[in-house]
Design a protein around this ligand. Sequence first.
Ligand code: ZN
Ligand code: ZN
Length: 135
Amino acid sequence: MSELTGTCLCGGVRFAVRVPFERVIVCHCASCKKISGGGGTANGRARSSDITILEGDEQVTTYQPAEGSAKSFCSRCGTNLFGGGWPDSEQCSVRLSALDEPFAGPIESHNFVRSLAPWEVLPDDGAERNDVRAP
Ligand SMILES: [Zn+2]
Ligand SMILES: [Zn+2]
């Protein structure tokens, strides 16, 4: 077990997460497109209890959409931090884009590929393709 650290764009929020991740997924669903400003989100699956907010706890805001799981972001700069129901769910997602060091991969699954943007091309990365969520 080791730890990775992450930050938001404004630097107000700092966190640590225990790794290895249970699974590494890129999600191309409509919600992830909205919140990411791009093709979707890249996520490491962790347990909520594996995440420690080191700084800026008061800046972390959690939004619970009508459908799907809660998503958390920095209320100052909007950086996506966690999804999958953090902090209340047993398992959650850590946005790989928030990690301080570029995550080396590999990506294990592309989820919601049925929602792929018309301009988006999946990389030849050998990862699973799932129409919706991976089993
Ligand atoms: Zn921020
Ligand atoms: Zn998604």
